[in-house]
Each structure stands twice: as structure tokens, then as C-alpha cells.
Design a protein around this ligand. Sequence first.
Ligand code: ZN
Length: 466
Amino acid sequence: MDQRNTKILGELMKKSGNSQCADCGSKDVEYASYNIGILLCSRCAQIHLNMGSHVSKPKHLKLDHWEDSQVERLKQVGNLVAKGKYEARVPVGFRRPAGFSQVPCPTSTDPPLLLEHWIVSKYVREEFICSTGNNNDQQDVSSPLRPYLLGNMDSFLMKKGREDVRFFPRRFVLDPTTLRYYVKEKSNPKAVIKLVELDVSLSPQKLKHPYSLQLSYLNHGSTRHLYVYHDDPELVCQWYHAIRISKLNALKHACSSGKAPVYVQESTLVSMLPHDSGFEGYLWKAGPSPSYAHRRRWFTLNNRKLMYHIEALDAYPKGEIFLGSNEPVDQGKIESQISVASKVFDVEIKASNVCSSITGYKVTVGGFGDDKMDPQRWVFSLHTPYRTFILAAETQLERDKWVSVLDFTLRHEINPRDIATCSQLVRKRNGSVISNPLSGLLSSSSSSSPITSAVNTTTNSSTSIR
Ligand SMILES: [Zn+2]
């Protein structure tokens, strides 16, 4: 390649904004799209290539030949200028790729589905461009945002039956404060879910469907999971983002409405949206005493809530563990977060309950010397103020991942949503959640489980940790 162009490209790569991929924020910049004028990583360059040369023309920065005009285009635009154009109207709750995320995440990999949706939304559909017209035109001619970016959704999704492995078409409707779904068109909704309590994540491996979502919310004090999919990837991405955007708006509204509004920074509210990716997988779980058998359970980490299930697609977890902090916390800060959490989630939170359960957590490699874990498994321990959980993974790699993700979680700053989770799970452990319509169903199905009975001896109630 022309030595002059090689030199200019080398300088461009060092320019502010250009050292990170324009689309995912990765620091491995190797390509550039010479018509758009941006620098990219190899993964995003591949998506650009797939969009077709009428949209984007990516090229390797070092291995391909560059014309003067192409280098000039890259010089004129660059990642910062392109960002100003193509990302002018990205709603705050929209999930950006991990490299740009405001909230650090231990498992910072971008699901391919979301990365592709992000890039196609930016350059093919130009969803976030703000076109302000020419000087003679006084009006803003920006096209209205697409309905999903305003949090409006109404469509059928295939939903897994609660006690059934089959999926059925159900109508889901998202409005500014709730998500509802209907079994029959003209009947009342089967569930009305408050958005402030709703979490959403992509779960392609778990559902064995590439375009699927897990929706989790509180139902009578217990977490309830819904599993849905659709064959249209675009629709699934729209649902994913619409729920996040609407949830952020619902959180803002909950803070500012009513008699005593509370001020909460937007970044705190964003931290209360579902984390980039929940961490999940099978682990072996021992009982509280070494004499109890260990069981294989499906574990799901969702922010500071660690849940375990008998099967991956269960509607309810068998147990839920709050993960507090491994360091002392600022009492004053916790109290102010309690007032925010009470307001946002509209629940009474006892400060004494939260303060006694917020610290004293630790994750360590290894467990009891004399437990019954198979020596082939990789053991680790989760210490909480009221019990140590002995867990084991099938491989060393899995164990190390779990330990690092749990350790990250314990060090992460506590937000008002975590306070609400802590309060909910303390109340549950103390047996004050009495109206769970499923407690009978679950205790009868698990009455013979040594883990269930073992856990119950450490608590005051048979409906608490299941
Ligand atoms: Zn990239």
C-alpha cells in the first residue's frame, strides 16, 4: 500500500474515538468502513459486510489497499463524528454494547442477536438519526421514533406453559406502567406485571431457540419466570429494548410522582435495569450439613439475587439468596437508598432487617473438608450472614467463572433495587410472606427433598426458602 496512506491510517487509528470500535466499543480495531467513515473491530466488520455494500464497505486497515479518496473519507468522518450522527437519539434505557455500557458487567459479551440489531438499527434503518432539515426549514423534520423506542408493544409471543413443556401463542401488551398477557383475546389479562419489578434477558441457550426471552418478576413475594420466543428476531429485540426503556421511565415516574418525590440520579436508575446478561448454569448444591446428599440445581444470578431451580425452565425458583456486600457499607447511604426503594417499589422496608443482612458475604474456593461432594467436582463456598452454601461445578473453568462473577457482584455498589430484593428475601426467610398461592404446591412436590427440610431447620417457616 502507498506509504503515505499507511502512515495516515496509522495516525487515524490513534485519534480520539477511533481506538475503540464505532459499534461495540472493543479496543481491537482492525477494519474500517470507507463509505460510512468509521473504524471497526473484526466482529462488527463482519456484520457490516453482511448488510451489503449498498450500506457499508468495510476493509482491513492494514492488509487491504486504500485509495486516497477512501482515506480522506475516514479522515473527514471518524468514530466521534459518526456517533454524533447515527446515535443522536438512542433512548437511555436502550442496551448499548458492553464496551459502551455505563454499568460494568462481569460477563461483558454482547449477544450476537443484539449486536446485529444495534448495527442494523443504526445504519440500515437509521433509527437514531436526528435530521434537522436545512436552514430554510424552521421545523424539525426528524421522523418520529419507532414505537418500540417509545416503549409501545402489542404482539403475540409463544409462551411456555407453567407446568407444561409446550409453548402457546399469547398476546402481550406493554404500556407505560405494566406488561400484561392474555390467554384469550376477550378475557381479563392472565397477569398484570408492574414494570418496576420486571426483568428481561435474552435466553437462547436455555430455551434452545435463538430468539427467546426470559421475563422475571415478583409474584406474591416469589420470583416468577416466563419464557417466550418468536421466530422474528427483530420483534424479539424490539420487546427486549421496549421493556428496558419502559422500565426506566416507570422508575423515573415512581420517583417523581405522589406526595413526597425523591430525587435519584439517572445513572442509579439505569443501574437498576437488568444487567447485561444474567449468569446461569447447573451447579451441585450441598445441604447445610455434610450428612445431606447434594443435588444438581439450575442456578441463575440476576443482579444481587441468586436463584436455584430444579430444572432450567421452572416457573419458580426453589430457593432465592440475596447477595449483599463483602465490605462494610455506609449506613447513611443505605438509609437513603431504603427511602428510594420504599417509594419506587411501593413497599414497607424495615431498616433493621436490611442492615443486618447487607454485609458479611464472601465467596471462596473449596468447601467443608469432609463433605460428600464428588472429588471430581470443583467446589466453592458462598458465605452469607446466616449460612454457608457449598456449591460445586463440573469443571474448573465453570467454577472459576462462578467465583469471579459472584465476587464481582459482592464488590459492586448496592442500589435501591438491591435494597428491595434484600428486604423481600429477608421477609421471606422470616416467613412473613403468607399469601403465596404456590407454597402448598411447591412444598408438596418437594417434601421429600433433604435440602428443603434442611434449609427449613435454619429458618422459622416452611414457606420461606424452598
Ligand atoms: Zn465492534
